[in-house]
Design a binder for this molecule. Structure first.
Ligand SMILES: *Cc1c(COP(=O)(O)O)cnc(C)c1O
Length: 254
């Protein structure tokens, strides 16, 4: 793959952005909602800040980063005047300190230990951190997220922490070969979301159902998502750096 220049990538973005907004809008209407009820969050891992800021200038209102170090590297240069920053990757307890005061929401809350640390640091800063509870909707081993069987108990425990506010649910369903398969998981998530909303627990407001990525976001919206997290369809394929052999030497490409 030949590398595309930043100028080309900006042009690609403009086309992709328009197309994706149209697709989100159509899926919203199919599910009986208005297009503006769905938030597009741009998943910006590996995307250079210049390209992200171009996206913000075109209208992006939310971005999500996956890795704490990458977030810190980009943070100062990000145009945050018009765009919210969220954290969407797996988070270790000892890294929470880098996120408080920097991100508007942590979408990947998946343990009581993590919740306690988020609450502790937010409280210390005189703030309250919005969080989404990540659900391991496919009950996959080695995957982040709360097991659906323990979801209510988990929420009932963490909602008592003073420094965080539970705002919704997030899921990354198992990789499905057919789009229709993914819908099973999205429907399940929508059920949890509505059930919890119906319980009206203090300090829990189900406002955000975050699910759907490049490969399946129209299905997610049809099933009730009101925030989709899209990376590669917006910014182009991610070029991860990888070692290659070149004349007996190892060089890093990407
Ligand atoms: C990378 C990422 C996305 C977006 O994935 P694409 O398939 O590139 O759209 C969404 N959510 C999370 C948590 C991610 O890490």
């Amino acid at each position: 793959m030949t590398e595309r220049s930043l100028t080309e990538r900006k042009k690609d973005f403009d086309e992709n952005y328009k197309r994706i907004l149209d697709q989100i809008g159509e899926a919203a209407l199919r599910s009986g909602r208005k297009p503006e009820e769905i938030t597009l969050l741009a998943a910006t891992k590996t995307v250079p800040v210049e390209l992200i800021n171009h996206g913000v200038a075109q209208g992006l209102t939310q971005i999500g980063e996956n890795r704490v170090q990458e977030l810190l590297d980009k943070y100062e240069a990000l145009d945050r005047s018009r765009c919210g920053v969220q954290f969407i990757g797996q988070l270790q307890t000892n890294k929470v300190k880098y996120l408080t005061g920097r991100v508007d929401c942590i979408q990947s809350l998946d343990s009581v230990k993590l919740a306690r640390e988020i609450s502790r640091l937010a409280e210390k800063a005189g703030a309250v951190m919005d969080v989404l509870v990540e659900v391991n909707v496919g009950r996959e081993e080695n995957k982040g997220g709360i097991d659906p069987d323990g979801l209510y108990e988990f929420i009932d425990e963490v909602r008592r922490l003073p420094g965080l506010a539970v705002r919704g649910l997030m899921a990354i369903p198992p990789i499905c070969s057919r789009r229709e398969e993914a819908k099973r998981y999205f429907f399940r998530m929508a059920q949890y979301y509505v059930d919890i909303k119906g319980k009206s627990m203090d300090n829990v407001s189900m406002e955000c159902l975050s699910m759907g990525m490049s490969s399946d976001f129209p299905e997610a919206v049809e099933c009730g998502a009101n925030l989709v997290r899209i990376g590669s369809s917006l910014f182009g394929p991610r070029a991860y750096r990888r070692p290659v052999e070149q004349g007996g030497n190892t060089v890093w490409q990407g």
